[in-house]
Design a protein around this ligand. Structure first.
Ligand code: GLN
Length: 231
């Protein structure tokens, strides 16, 4: 029954528009799967959090410059990141996929030849796009926020964008006039990150809290709240 981070307070950086993981509800509250899981884990483990909605790359940079203690932002656990960050246990399986306007003539990655694809700075999706752009003959343009990528596609400047599969799928389910292109590519499950070696108590507490909320049904309730029964 030992709670390694009990009584502690942490500042956690997150993304801005990354539904269903973090986004603003109509009333302005920052909500989503990451936010609900974080608050449930903090409550279970007796620590408190202040969440800062910074954008993905900005949150990762804030962590590296120690302006925040941790990042929870649909952040993929990848080998290069494990060189500089310690991750919690994985809490969500993800992947990346391209999307294009529903009405566009782009129906496959081959159709992106000679076209421009919007990516999000510092993300697994940007890395994946870079790894296949020569093969498919497209160029990339980087944005700081998912909303700005989507906007660049909506205005016709870019032919497609790439983001995490559950984020694209959620936006389509919510009525965004987009379609998925190509196959979902693996990009690592999500974990909460701290700077390497700096905060073993927070990682241990997060993992214990995650195990507890998986066992008591809270984890499933949070996923079902945002994803419906398939969550
Ligand atoms: N999962 C992706 C990554 O870690 C994107 C995260 C995000 O955009 N919030 O790079």
């Amino acid at each position: 029954n030992n709670k390694p981070a009990e009584g502690k307070h942490y500042v956690v950086g997150t993304d801005t528009t990354f539904a269903p993981f973090e986004f603003r509800a109509a009333n302005g509250d920052l909500v989503g799967i990451d936010m609900d899981l974080l608050h449930a884990i903090a409550q279970d483990q007796g620590f408190t959090v202040e969440v800062r909605s910074l954008g993905f790359d900005a949150a990762v940079q804030a962590l590296q410059s120690r302006q925040v203690d941790a990042v929870m932002a649909g952040m993929s656990i990848t080998e290069p990141r494990k060189q500089v960050f310690d991750f919690s246990d994985a809490y969500f399986d993800s992947g990346v996929q391209f999307a294009a306007p529903k009405t566009s003539s782009v129906n496959s990655l081959a159709d992106l030849k000679g076209k421009r694809v919007a990516v999000k700075t510092g993300t697994a999706g940007a890395d994946y796009a870079d790894s296949v752009k020569t093969q498919y003959g497209f160029s990339t343009v980087a944005f700081g926020q998912t909303a700005d990528m989507v906007n660049d596609v909506s205005t016709g400047n870019s032919a497609a964008y790439i983001d995490d599969f559950p984020v694209v799928a959620y936006s389509i389910q919510q009525g965004a006039p987009m379609k998925l292109i190509g196959e979902k590519a693996p990009a690592g499950s999500y974990g909460m990150a701290v700077n390497k070696g700096t905060d073993p108590e927070l990682i241990a507490a997060f993992n214990q809290g995650l195990a507890n909320i998986r066992a008591n049904g809270e984890y499933d309730r949070v996923l079902a709240k945002y994803l419906g029964e398939q969550g």
